[in-house]
Design a protein around this ligand. Structure first.
Ligand code: FES
Length: 172
């Protein structure tokens, strides 16, 4: 800022190089403070927004379609990949049986062409009958059957959240 002396001459302010350095330093400090404030407020806003989103894992539905009846001819045993079940169709009906071992949860394998053994666990050797009863090994319980029904589109649906305790076959 300029001023005038008693003679009317204009006096320009005298600035040293230290003044210039001080102004640069103040500007730098202001920018840093503004940046820190922006980062802090932005971070707090993001955390607040995350608070409103539920922290849950979405699992696939336990009731799912396994296909049309024609996919399961009489006498077939068809493993539904990724679901841990097998669909068995016999002359008098069909059922869905769990392929998860009741010992420690390994995926068991259906045994083909054996009139006694229907399933065997590869982990510790438990064996089960064709209807899932324990034959041998450390498995403490039979393999459960799950509820099964046909929906109004004609698709067969298995609900693994509901155990078919009575082991009744679906009449088809
Ligand atoms: S997990 Fe099947 S026998 Fe142990």
């Amino acid at each position: 800022m300029s001023s005038e002396n008693s003679t009317g001459a204009t006096i320009l302010p005298f600035r040293t190089s230290d003044d210039v350095v001080d102004e640069d330093r103040r500007g730098f400090v202001k920018k840093m403070a503004l940046t820190a404030l922006t980062v802090g407020v932005g971070g707090a806003a993001i955390q607040s927004a995350r608070f409103f989103k539920p922290n849950v894992l979405y699992e696939p539905s336990k009731a799912f379609k396994v296909g049309e009846l024609s996919k399961f001819p009489i006498g077939s045993r068809i493993v539904i990949e990724g679901r841990g079940i097998e669909i068995v169709r016999e002359r008098d009906g069909m059922h869905a049986i769990s392929l998860v071992c009741t010992h420690l949860g390994c995926l068991i394998k259906p045994v083909e062409n054996d009139p006694d053994t229907g399933y065997m666990c590869p982990c510790h050797g438990s064996t089960f009958t064709l209807t899932g009863g324990v034959l041998g090994g450390p498995a403490p319980k039979d393999l459960p059957w799950y509820e099964m029904y046909m929906d109004n589109t004609g698709a067969l649906v298995v609900d693994t959240s509901k155990v078919n305790h009575k082991r009744t076959k679906l009449a088809v």
